[in-house]
Structures are given as structure tokens and as C-alpha cells.
Design a binder for this molecule. Structure first.
Ligand code: SI3
Length: 289
């Protein structure tokens, strides 16, 4: 059975400090209402690249504590600062995370040998498994099939969170590495990834749209492609409306409509305007209520 993971958001107060109760509420919603298989903590959706090391640790700790073993957890520890990535990995493992993930080092156009060394160093001395976080559109780092093969030589690297719409590479990865886990990360293209044998999906919109995504996976597994298309069609109208309304703050605004106090996004992301609030209310009424 394919797994569905929500990419956990970080709730912030209006002054951009971490809002602990907001994170706890979103974890609970994912477990109690979405019956989610797992949570991806500290990724893009968690706004993690704007957080201090201590804030990133705080988010892992709150999520771990609130989840209390009721769902799988993956801590995204990647950073352009390898010292920070190693410290975060060690911290997450000490907390009890069994799986970590890391975006490749970005910004400086590192060589592949430097990228491989980064992953090997993060994992050195830790009893943990790692999922590569491949998101070329934001990280600027595109890994080839050969490069994935070299990274996968480290037995602790068990797979990839694949946020990339290169379906040729996805098919080649699946064919070459049947034993590695592949979690797809573009929620609006789930329909195209399902036939390529993904092990599941990890995404931001599953925080609110898990039931529809699960129904789509079930329809795919039952061979009902008409239903798969219909469900993805509604999901995509929902996702595109969120993107048009500024996705991360809007996911939180829709949560608020549902009585889940998800807080704010952190600057430089936007604080909600009246127009965004009205947009989120409309999205809630049209696609969630
Ligand atoms: O937290 C994370 O790292 C993610 O959720 C990544 C995930 O792939 C999301 N990508 C980004 C850039 O947020 C998607 O779930 C994305 O929000 C969704 O497909 C809408 O475009």
C-alpha cells in the first residue's frame, strides 16, 4: 500500500516566533482526522530554511512529542551549512527519529563529490536511514541517474523524496532501484507518478486534502482510472487556488477556517491580507467543507 505523508507546517506567532500549540494542533489534525501515515518535519512547507538551528530543533521536538509514535516521522535536516545539518541530524536521532532527509547543499553549485561527501558526513556515526530530498526547482541541484546510483551506494540512504516533474528520470530511478523508496512530492502530478511505481507521496496540500489523495490512490489501486482523473481534477483546482492565494499562508488560513489554529507564516513570507483571508474562506467552502 502506498503511503501518504503530510509535509508539516511550522506555525508562527505574529512576531515570527514559533507557535508551539499551533504545531501541536496540526500534528493532531493529521493523526486524528487525516489518519496520515507520516509527517515530513522541517522541509520546505515547514519554512525551515528561514529558521535558526534552535528553532529547527524545536520543531522536531514538538512534532516528535505530539506524534507520540502514532505516525512515521521524517526530519529534514539539510542545510547549506554542513555543520548545522550534522548537528540537526544528531539531534533528531537522539530524539528518536528513525528516518532523516536532507536537501543537497545548494547556492554554491557544489560538485557531485562535494554533495556525496555532505551526505556521507551527515550520516557518519549515526544509526539512522536517510531519504534524499530532491527538489531541483528550489534547490537548483539536479541529480542524474548515475549520481543517484552513487549516493545509493551508502546503505543508509534508502530512497528519495522526489519533488520533480521529470517523469523520465522517475521511471529510470524506479527501474534501476526497485528496492529504494520513492516518495513523490508534486501533489498536483500524483496522477502521473502513480503508474511509475512510487512508494507514496509527501506533500503540503495533504494537510487539508488527505482524504481526496487517499481516495485517488485507492482508485488507482482498484484500476479505476476515470475516478483517479476526477479526483486529481478536483485536487488540482484546490491546489491551484491555494497557489494563487499564496500557498503556505493560505494552507494555514484554511486550517483556521476548520478551527485548527495554525498561526502565521514567517517573514519574508506574507502575513494574511483581507483579500487572502477571503480567498482562503472561499477555498475552504468550495473544496474542504
Ligand atoms: O515540506 C516539503 O518539503 C514539501 O512539502 C515539499 C513538497 O514537495 C511541496 N513542495 C513545495 C515546494 O512546497 C509540494 O507539496 C507543493 O507544495 C505542492 O505540490 C503544491 O505545489
Amino acid at each position: 500500500m502506498k503511503k501518504l505523508y503530510s509535509a508539516l507546517m511550522t506555525a508562527f506567532n505574529e512576531d515570527d516566533t514559533i507557535n508551539e500549540s499551533g504545531i501541536r494542533e496540526m500534528v493532531r489534525y493529521n493523526i486524528d482526522h487525516n489518519h496520515i501515515d507520516g509527517l515530513y518535519v522541517g522541509g520546505s512547507t515547514g519554512e525551515s530554511f528561514m529558521l535558526s538551528t534552535e528553532e529547527r530543533k524545536q520543531a522536531y521536538k514538538i512534532a516528535y512529542d505530539e506524534t507520540a509514535g502514532k505516525a512515521d516521522l521524517i526530519a529534514q535536516v539539510g542545510s547549506v551549512n554542513l555543520t548545522e545539518a550534522k548537528e540537526l541530524a544528531k539531534y533528531a536521532v537522539e530524539l528518536g527519529y528513525k528516518t532523516i532527509s536532507a536537501v543537497p547543499p545548494f547556492y554554491y553549485h557544489f560538485t557531485f563529490d562535494q554533495i556525496k561527501n555532505y551526505y556521507d558526513q551527515i550520516l557518519e556515526g549515526l544509526d539512522v536511514q536517510l531519504i534524499i530530498y530532491s527538489i531541483p526547482a528550489l534547490s537548483g541541484v539536479t541529480l542524474s541517474l548515475t549520481e543517484f546510483a552513487k549516493l545509493f551506494e551508502n546503505p543508509k540512504i534508502i530512497g528519495v523524496k522526489y519533488t520533480n516533474n521529470d517523469f523520465l528520470l522517475l521511471q529510470r530511478l524506479r527501474s534501476a532501484f526497485p528496492d529504494k523508496k520513492i516518495y513523490f512530492g508534486t501533489d498536483e502530478m500524483l496522477i502521473s507518478a502513480l503508474p511509475l511505481g512510487i512508494d507514496g507521496a509527501i506533500g503540503s496540500t495533504f494537510n487539508l486534502n488527505a482524504a481526496r489523495a487517499k481516495a485517488e490512490i485507492a482508485a488507482y489501486e482498484a484500476g479505476d482510472m476515470k475516478k483517479v482523473f476526477e479526483l486529481q481534477d478536483v485536487s488540482n483546482k484546490f491546489i491551484l487556488a491555494l497557489i494563487d492565494n499564496d500557498i503556505y499562508p493560505s494552507l494555514k488560513l484554511v486550517f483556521e477556517e476548520m478551527g485548527v489554529h495554525a498561526g502565521y507564516s514567517k517573514a519574508p513570507m506574507s502575513k494574511p491580507t483581507a483579500q487572502m483571508r477571503a480567498g482562503a474562506k472561499k477555498i475552504y467552502e468550495q473544496y474542504i467543507k
